[in-house]
Design a protein around this ligand. Sequence first.
Ligand code: FES
Length: 152
Amino acid sequence: MATLYNDKVIKHFTDPHNVGEMQNPDGEGTYGSPVCGDMMKISIKVENGVIVDAKFKTFGCGSAIASSSVATDMIKGKTIEEALKITNQDVLDELGGLPAIKVHCSVLADHAIRAAIYDYAQRNGKYYAGLEGFDPNADEEDRNHGCDMENR
Ligand code: FES
């Protein structure tokens, strides 16, 4: 049967990395869509400015799960500054692409990472250049990542 998803996406969906709850995270961020109700939580552990561990929990579709899996892999071992430079396109590239109607699902990972780093920065009184203007409590309207329930 033909599928819209490449092998890497299917692999990360069926056997995702870094799933679960983290004990005593240094930063935690949740991001959700009021449109499809999908939600992602990412927790990070930071040592000497480096993300040494990352975990996620997602109430979401396969694309959101695959995106969280690669995104948490990508930030592990990176400095906070390096992690903040990871874009949604980087996550998509790492996945080898998603069907066009699912591209927006990957935005959850990008935003949840930012929210977790924002939380870490708040807890530790730190400032990072990549967080200007970021508001984890932005209006629900602003959080619409464009999911189309007709196309889930
Ligand atoms: S994250 Fe909303 S449909 Fe995929």
